[in-house]
Write a protein that binds this ligand. Structure first.
Ligand SMILES: C[S@@+](CC[C@H](N)C(=O)[O-])C[C@H]1O[C@@H](n2cnc3c(N)ncnc32)[C@H](O)[C@@H]1O
Length: 222
């Protein structure tokens, strides 16, 4: 079939076998992408503890892997996470950050944040803040952070202006949970397209919505 389509010049055995090899590789990548990703050391214990306390809003490993990779592009970076939860994304971010970077992670729920405190607070680059995310953002100067992972209502569906304003030029603003999630409250689904449209319409960020993990938007301030 292939030689007939493409002519004798490319009718080598290798070429004829290539589609099968490519298909195999694509399947492998699609199905086993986590096979190429080594999680941070603390992750196993964090997941165990997260399940033990029944925290159901934890981010998933593919989100973490993306965050870690992008974090590595900001040496000596100033990082902000809104919504620590039990510290899963926090662990991935720390794993991608270099020794001169710093991460502030904010959550209102001291009980869940305590898990991050227990397993990650030994890392001097991390500051955990127990505070409302919107209040935290209000007291920040514009262009303070190289990287904002907005994983709580404030910074995403509330106080968006403030969250975008604290990102430096060339800095990342990242959100996940853009694809339907079983734990969404009623009416939440309608907020997603409006949120993405708003982000695009502002024109101040280059945005790339990704069908990856729970649905991620990577945005970079122009
Ligand atoms: C999706 S979870 C965060 C998951 C976490 N980033 C992870 O990687 O597993 C959202 C978190 O936002 C926190 N939160 C809720 N309201 C908040 C607020 N007003 N300010 C800051 N955090 C808030 C919740 O307590 C919860 O831990």
């Amino acid at each position: 079939m292939l030689p007939a389509l493409y002519g004798e010049r490319i009718a080598t055995e290798a070429f004829v076998e290539a589609p099968e090899a490519i298909a195999r590789h694509v399947t492998l990548c699609a199905m086993e992408d986590m096979a190429y990703i080594t999680p941070p050391q603390a992750l196993g214990l964090l997941i165990e503890k997260t399940q033990e306390i029944g925290f159901s809003m934890a981010s998933e490993p593919r989100t973490g892997a993306l965050l870690r990779t992008l974090a590595a592009s900001k040496p000596a970076g100033k990082f902000l996470e809104l919504g620590t939860g039990t510290g899963l994304a926090t662990a991935w971010l720390l794993d991608g950050m270099d020794a001169d970077s710093q991460l502030i992670s904010v959550d209102t729920d001291a009980a869940v944040q305590q898990v991050a405190q227990e397993f990650l607070a030994g890392d001097a680059r991390l500051t955990l803040v127990t505070q409302d995310g919107a209040a935290f953002l209000r007291n920040r100067q514009p262009s303070t952070f190289d990287f904002v992972f907005a994983d709580a209502m404030p910074g995403k569906y509330e106080a968006l202006d403030d969250a975008l304003s604290v990102v430096k030029r060339g800095g990342f603003y990242i959100v996940d949970d853009m694809l339907p999630q079983p734990n969404w409250p009623e009416g939440h689904a309608a907020k997603i397209p409006a949120f993405i449209a708003d982000l695009k319409a502002r024109g101040t960020f280059e945005i790339c919505p990704l069908t990856w993990a729970t649905g991620v938007i990577v945005a970079v301030k122009k």
